[in-house]
Design a protein around this ligand. Sequence first.
Ligand SMILES: Cc1ncc(COP(=O)(O)O)c(C=O)c1O
Length: 457
Amino acid sequence: MNRHAATGTAERRPSNLFYVTRLRRPVIERAEGIYIWDQDGRRYIDGSSGPVAVNIGHGNRNVLDAMKRQMEKATFAYRLHFENEPAEELATQLAGRLPGGLDRIFFVSGGSEAVESCIKLARQWAVATNQHSRWKVISRMPSYHGGTFGALAVTGDGLLTDTFADQMRIMPTVPAPTAYRDRDNLTMEQRGIKYADMLEEKIVAEGPDSVVAFIMEPIGGAATNALVAPDSYYPRIREICDRYGILLIHDEVMTGVARTGKFLGGDHWNCRPDIIALSKGIGSGYAPLGAMAAPQRIVKPVLDMGGFQHGHTYAGNPLASAAGLAVLGEVDRLGLIDNAAAMGEVLMDGMRDLAKRFPFIGDVRGKGLLTALEFVADPVTMEKLPPEIRIGQRVLDLAYERGLIVYFRRVTGGVQGDCVMVCPPLIVTRDQIGEIVSILGDAIAVAAREFDLPVNG
Ligand SMILES: Cc1ncc(COP(=O)(O)O)c(C=O)c1O
């Protein structure tokens, strides 16, 4: 294995690119399967699939060939001037994989655009059905739904939203169902109900006639690090939304397209959301692509009213659609739903072994290959480690130096605790998972020494 110290801080020619921070990273040379090589020939395991996006792995020949074939014909056709076959076929293929009735597909180019579309469709549906007073979209705290103003307004993370608060209308939130942390006398199922009922309380407090939708990630992404709610949570949320005539939006941007061992994260509970946002996994890193899926009963009144007042230039272009279509083909051909489920078990077992070795790992969670471990001061009380040591970031850096990329983004300045997400491409093998867990273990061992944390055995 290629061990090295790739801190990304090496001397480099000045860049005209405006990166989000001053941190510079190695320059990518090529990528294949679960691996990425930089220009110095160093190899990295992409243990995070980029930002949990490259579901089918890098350099997939069939997808590249399908894109080349489409490029020879036409790369772009504006959706208001031409229909195109790949977009039509991709919509049909997607509709066939989504819960019954969610068969009206609207394409976009990314996750934030997909979420914006959901919010705007919900509002236009309310207007079109004479429910003008409904405009609030309740979301969860913490949560992540994207960086554009509409998506940000439903993102539960003060650190991301505060600066822009005056420029948008931040929406009401309910606590994310972090039941695993609760130390009370309730069973997990009772806690699931407790958290779901907080939505009802919020709806009542806001005024039911003012609320148009509730948006949630069925399994948490970067904000709650693969948070899985108790089983009882999901049907109760549906019940509450129905009771108040509120649309349930599932943000499946990170959880969709086989990531969690089902086509959708919500499929683990047979969820029936009213609108779904998809992205990341459908483009799988081959093309910027996203989608909103909704039923005819929501779309029709909006179209009857004069049309959906929304859209983006690159939406549903033939090249991105051809990529998406080929990606879905590979998900089926390679059996990636099943592999994600099976390899997810292997990965979680490996991470549970790490938790035995490092008692400061307080929780191992996730579904399929959307997994995370959480670092704590005390696994019994789930008391957090001091935020200033930034253990999640330190483990991420140590893993990166060792050629393993994992994922973590601190939410609200660390008050939610520190985690590491491990989300390799769904083509990952048992041996590769062994290597991932081994490097991660080495990184955590170094962090334990640095922060003087206990280690068993
Ligand atoms: C759940 C969820 N929704 C929306 C988004 C926004 O997607 P994008 O970055 O493609 O705009 C993300 C991105 O991480 C996400 O995880």
